[in-house]
Design a protein around this ligand. Structure first.
Ligand SMILES: C[S@@+](CC[C@H](N)C(=O)[O-])C[C@H]1O[C@@H](n2cnc3c(N)ncnc32)[C@H](O)[C@@H]1O
Length: 271
């Protein structure tokens, strides 16, 4: 049977044209938003290059600057870097218990902390050095997720948190922001090394110690794009011992360009 093509009078045609132009506008808006967000994606566009990529490094260096994030968070409501909670949920449920006290580093405006909550992990504190995003996240989740805590803080100090206060610390693309202009990954610049060591010392400090009864329980989990070979050179180095030197494992995240889920388990000892 042939479909009937309706005849449009002048008024109907105007309505029809109006609707079509609204659809075109909203498609254009979505395309603009997509283009804007992908240019800000560390993983897809701006993975740090070697020392020969000076121009790119200069561009990447904005990811370590608080001013860049402060400004970005005045305009951006939500952005998920690298991968979503669902892409790592199998690892998360394997590694974390529902009653664990969890600290999320550099939370940004990602839904990751709320996703953890929705998956049953209710004891989650998130930290970011941008007051703009922390204010926005408090506002966004205050009613729907009142048990989530949000705190302004620099991961290189974590001075708002006492020693041995978390079972789990999770980084998702925050360390990636710190290494974004490291230069030659075989020989990163001093500034990046200092920032990474300072952050990892804080992580080791705020993690509770593993005892005999919970030998592999307390963990630092790092989700990122940096090749494990290079990330491990920060996690295990000749200058500082974080306690997890013998116990760092890597698992693949097979989405997008491919990322890495690293688990560091500190042994039972004083740092
Ligand atoms: C690449 S984004 C990742 C955001 C979020 N974790 C995600 O996965 O979508 C990096 C985040 O780390 C934060 N950040 C960068 N350096 C930081 C620092 N030194 N202390 C605390 N937060 C930092 C930024 O404000 C930003 O929210």
């Amino acid at each position: 049977m042939r479909a009937k093509i309706p005849y449009l009078g002048i008024r109907q045609k105007k309505v029809f044209d109006n609707i079509m132009s609204q659809i075109a506008d909203s498609v254009q808006k979505e395309e603009d938003e997509f283009a804007r967000s992908t240019t800000g994606n560390v993983a897809e566009r701006d993975a740090p290059g070697g020392s020969e990529c000076d121009e790119e490094n200069e561009h990447n260096s904005r990811y370590r600057e608080k001013e860049y994030w402060d400004k970005r968070f005045t305009k951006e409501d939500k952005y998920e870097w690298l991968c979503a909670y669902n892409d790592v949920k199998d690892y998360i449920v394997r590694d974390i218990c529902v009653h664990d006290k969890i600290l999320v580093l550099g939370c940004g405006n990602s839904t990751f902390s709320a996703d953890l909550h929705d998956a049953g992990f209710h004891n989650v504190t998130s930290v970011d050095f941008s007051p703009n995003v922390i204010e926005a996240m408090k506002k966004k989740y205050n009613d729907s997720h009142p048990s989530l805590e949000w705190q302004v803080g620099d991961v290189r100090q974590l001075d708002g948190f006492p020693d041995k206060s978390f079972d789990i610390v999770i980084d998702k693309a925050c360390l990636d922001a710190l290494v974004c202009d490291e230069g030659d990954p075989w020989s990163p610049n001093e500034r990046t090394k200092n920032d990474m060591y300072a952050t990892l010392k804080c992580v080791a400090r705020v993690l509770k110690r593993n005892g005999v009864s919970n030998a592999n329980h307390r963990k630092f989990i790092s989700i990122g794009f940096q090749q494990p070979h290079f990330r491990k050179r920060y996690l295990i180095n000749d200058h500082f011992k974080f306690g997890w030197e013998d116990n760092v494992e890597t698992f693949p995240i097979n989405v997008g360009l491919g990322y890495f889920y690293m688990v560091c388990i500190p042994k039972c000892r004083e740092i």
